[in-house]
Write a protein that binds this ligand. Structure first.
Ligand code: TA6
Length: 303
């Protein structure tokens, strides 16, 4: 048995819950918290505060994770639920800044844990380094609550600790595993308007379910709708309910963009769809000094 790194041993002593919450050094090269209950298991990395896995009891993995995922490099991990904050997509004013902000490449620390009945909770807080703080000269606290029950709930809370109003955009950029993207449908956005990012950001209106036969990258705006992903191959429906979110982003890179990204794997584009609980595009969030905003996504799986 190799020696357990001190920080893992300290985390387990302080925040571990036998049979429910265990910290370990992942073979991906970073510390992860494994949440377990009768309802299933989940894995949360301290890097980026990123949920990497959710397996409800008796169900296959719900989230997709890049075969190239590493927790010990500077790159964001592709897959699971990346935290896009304090901006979504390219920085609105400076294209040199990292896409989707710096939370997903920052170290986070676990500050609370709880296991009761069939629910297991951990709370993580983002610890942006000096570089991140230099990129974004504002004062805010960012926390992520992860609740494993028969659903998986993520609560991303921004607190404005400064003296000026704070404007952010954000997303819980969920990668959902599917049997075959070309057989997958996303339902619940019929009639919603969207920004089509692969067609000169043209504004369009959704008609019926979203299906996939090419690169698809859309920000549905002004919508609070529950969305479901119909997967006939895995014979399941994943439902996403959200709070504090006015946008839903739907993305699949398809063949050429997946090849350019380089960390999707051969044909990996077929294996996932991103349905993201967000505040993006025109749906900026402005937080008054001392106030907080919570972005919540709740995933459920039905046969
Ligand atoms: O959410 C869709 C999107 O904004 C796409 O435009 C694509 O860039 C994707 O996010 C992944 O971004 P990443 O920086 O993780 O490669």
């Amino acid at each position: 048995m190799g020696s357990v790194p001190d920080d893992v041993a300290i985390l387990n002593a302080r925040l571990g819950k036998p049979g429910a919450i265990e910290f370990s050094m992942s073979e991906l090269g970073g510390i992860v918290a494994r949440l377990s209950s009768a309802a299933g298991t989940a894995l949360v990395a301290l890097k980026g505060g990123q949920v990497l896995s959710w397996m409800p009891a008796g169900e296959r993995e719900v989230l997709w994770l890049s075969p190239m995922a590493r927790l010990d490099g500077p790159k964001a991990v592709r897959g699971g639920v990346p935290v896009c904050w304090p901006w979504f997509g390219p920085h609105p004013a400076d294209a040199h800044l990292p896409a989707h902000g710096f939370a997903r490449t920052s170290e986070w620390r676990c500050v609370a844990s709880q296991a009761k009945d069939d629910a297991v909770f951990v709370t993580l807080e983002c610890e942006p380094g000096a570089t991140a703080r230099s990129l974004w000269p504002h004062s805010a606290r960012l926390s992520l609550g992860v609740t494993l029950a028969d659903t998986l709930r993520l609560d991303l809370t921004t607190t404005n600790t400064g003296s000026d109003p704070l404007a952010i955009s954000e997303a819980l950029h969920t990668y959902l595993g599917v049997g075959d993207i070309s057989r997958t449908g996303v339902e619940g956005l019929d009639g919603a308007r969207y920004i089509d990012s692969v067609d000169a950001s043209t504004i369009k209106k959704q008609s019926g379910p979203i299906t996939f036969d090419r690169e698809t990258d859309r920000i549905y705006v002004g919508t609070h709708a529950q969305v479901s992903i119909r997967d006939p191959i895995f014979a399941r429906r994943i439902t996403i309910t959200k709070e504090g979110s006015a946008s839903t982003v739907v993305w699949n890179p398809w063949i050429d963009k997946a090849a350019r990204l380089g960390d999707v794997g051969a044909d990996g584009y077929r294996d996932f769809v991103c349905v993201e609980t967000a505040n993006a595009g025109p749906d900026l969030v402005t937080i008054a000094p001392g106030a907080s905003h919570r972005l919540t996504t709740i995933l459920a799986v039905e046969p």
